[in-house]
Design a protein around this ligand. Structure first.
Ligand code: ATP
Ligand code: MG
Length: 356
């Protein structure tokens, strides 16, 4: 069943077109990540779902009903903000059950739902603390608790982990994902961190400048990016791009500083393309088919489990991500290899992927 349907949605702020013909369909129970660079419209889209922002045209349906014009409290959604937005003078218990008290729910129901949410989130021992006496992670849990007690159909998260340190972020990612599964809710999660999106979501929507560039499963976006922007955005470290030109026979790509790459398809001779090479697909060990480039190693950085090598090929600088220790040294010559199946091609004019 579709829980959220966004159809040709547009949003104009005074003189600024912030969302452009957005189409997204979200299944009941799925975890959707909205990603994209700062200012691309992620928060605006989330706020239009919550009803905190008016739309200019298009439709939003939640559980089959259009919610255009409906105030936030009638949408059955709960939003968790980056700032947590806790009331500083209320203790944890009263922060969590504020919305139920506002709606004058029966006292026993308020007590029971608060107790259950606190237990789910490991906050049972902290109910009488004020926000200022909590750690960042605990505040984040209270903000989640406030959303959970409302038992909404849809959870909306706007970068809820960005104020936490790296270790706590990783921990809270899996907590949020587990909670999503336990509550069988539908979640829309905004982040500019593509690793967070890849690890948490079943469906990722990549936005740029108010437009949906591509949406799909995490591995679809990684394996088949529709354009150069998505290719460069998804994956860490980012994909390398080198300019190439299709040779006169249409079957080879001329690459500066290396042998030509022999293609398994015919392209229009003279077409200018970007070849996209993921750092983790470049290897110092030969491959049976594909491209071999003569490189000079410029830097070697190891984290222990991974080694990141920067190498120059002609005038290009490529990043190589190597599991373990590749045994190459700064300043040395090395051959770099990549399989043909791992070479992505994008038109240099349109930046769209060139399909096989
Ligand atoms: N009230 C407003 N009036 C005018 N323009 C606005 C308003 N709110 C947001 N914008 C503009 O709309 C665009 C999208 O903003 P939005 O906050 O949705 O971006 P975002 O993707 O959430 O970015 P970030 O990752 O920095 O949070 C930005 O260019 C922003 O300047
Ligand atoms: Mg934002």
């Amino acid at each position: 069943m579709l829980q959220i349907e966004i159809d040709r949605l547009n949003k104009h702020y005074a003189g600024f077109h912030a969302l452009k013909d957005i189409d997204i369909a979200i299944r009941q129970g799925s975890f959707v990540a909205l990603v994209g660079p700062s200012g691309c419209g992620k928060s605006t889209l989330l706020r239009t779902l919550a009803g905190l922002e008016k739309t200019s045209s298009g439709d939003i349906r939640i559980a089959g009903q259009s919610v255009i014009g409906k105030p936030p409290r009638e949408r059955d959604v709960a939003m968790v903000f980056q700032s947590y937005a806790l009331y500083p003078h209320m203790d944890v218990e009263h922060n969590m059950n504020y919305s139920m008290r506002l709606k004058r729910r029966p006292k026993p129901e308020i007590a029971e739902r608060t107790r259950a949410a606190a237990e789910t989130l490991g906050l049972s021992g902290l109910l009488d603390r004020l926000p200022k006496a909590l750690s960042g992670g605990q505040r984040q849990r209270v903000a989640m608790g406030r959303a959970i007690v409302r038992n909404p159909k849809v959870f909306l998260f706007d970068e809820p982990l960005s104020n936490l340190d790296a270790a706590l972020r990783v921990h809270m990612r899996s907590e949020i994902r587990k909670l999503h599964e336990r509550l069988q809710a539908t979640s829309v999660y905004v982040t500019h961190d593509q690793v967070e999106a890849m690890t948490m979501a079943d469906h990722i929507v990549v936005m740029r400048a108010g437009v949906v560039e591509q949406q799909g499963s995490p591995l679809d976006l990684y394996d088949k990016p529709a354009n150069k922007f998505v290719a460069g955005f998804i994956g860490s470290p980012a994909m390398n791009f080198i300019p190439v030109v299709v040779g006169p026979d249409g079957h080879t790509l001329a690459i500066d500083g290396s042998d030509a790459l022999v293609l398994d398809r015919k392209l229009v001779p003279g077409t200018r393309l970007w070849a996209g090479l993921r750092p983790e697909h470049l290897s110092f060990a030969p491959v049976s088919d594909g491209l071999t480039m003569e490189a000079v190693v410029e830097s070697v950085e190891s984290t222990g489990s991974m080694t990141f090598v920067t190498a120059s090929v002609g005038s290009q600088h490529l990043v190589v991500a190597h599991g373990g220790r590749p045994g190459v040294e700064k300043g040395a010559a090395a051959s770099l290899h990549i399989s043909l199946k791992n070479v992505h091609l994008f038109d240099r004019e349109t930046e769209l992927a060139v399909s096989a």
